[in-house]
Design a protein around this ligand. Structure first.
Ligand SMILES: Nc1ncnc2c1ncn2[C@@H]1O[C@H](COP(=O)(O)OP(=O)(O)OP(=O)(O)O)[C@@H](O)[C@H]1O
Ligand SMILES: [Mg+2]
Length: 82
């Protein structure tokens, strides 16, 4: 069974990214398979995981959303093997 945990607040600088980063790390260390999805265009979470220059990534959540809005083909379940 999978669970989705959302971390959100309208307040800035209250520890959203830090909480997400630490939670993902601890759950992973406990043996859970974790997918951390960074929905913040500041990309702090992406940065936390050591991905430099995220604005240069070829595929991001932004690109996926734009493909959906533009009615372009999007990856289907099973297209990726992780
Ligand atoms: N539990 C904590 N104790 C002390 N400092 C913390 C704690 N959690 C986060 N911080 C610090 O507070 C600052 C803001 O944290 P963070 O970037 O996670 O907030 P945020 O809510 O994601 O900010 P933003 O709204 O800009 O996205 C950082 O410098 C972080 O290191
Ligand atoms: Mg943040």
């Amino acid at each position: 069974m999978s669970r989705i945990i959302g971390i959100a607040s309208q307040n800035g600088g209250v520890g959203k990214s830090t909480t997400c980063r630490n939670l993902a790390s601890v759950l992973s260390r406990e043996g859970f398979k974790v997918l951390a999805v960074d929905c913040d265009n500041q990309a702090s979470l992406t940065d936390c995981f050591g991905i430099e220059n995220p604005e240069k990534l070829e595929k991001t959540l932004y690109h996926l959303m734009m493909d959906i809005i533009s009615d372009n083909d999007i990856p289907q379940k099973g297209d990726f093997i992780i």
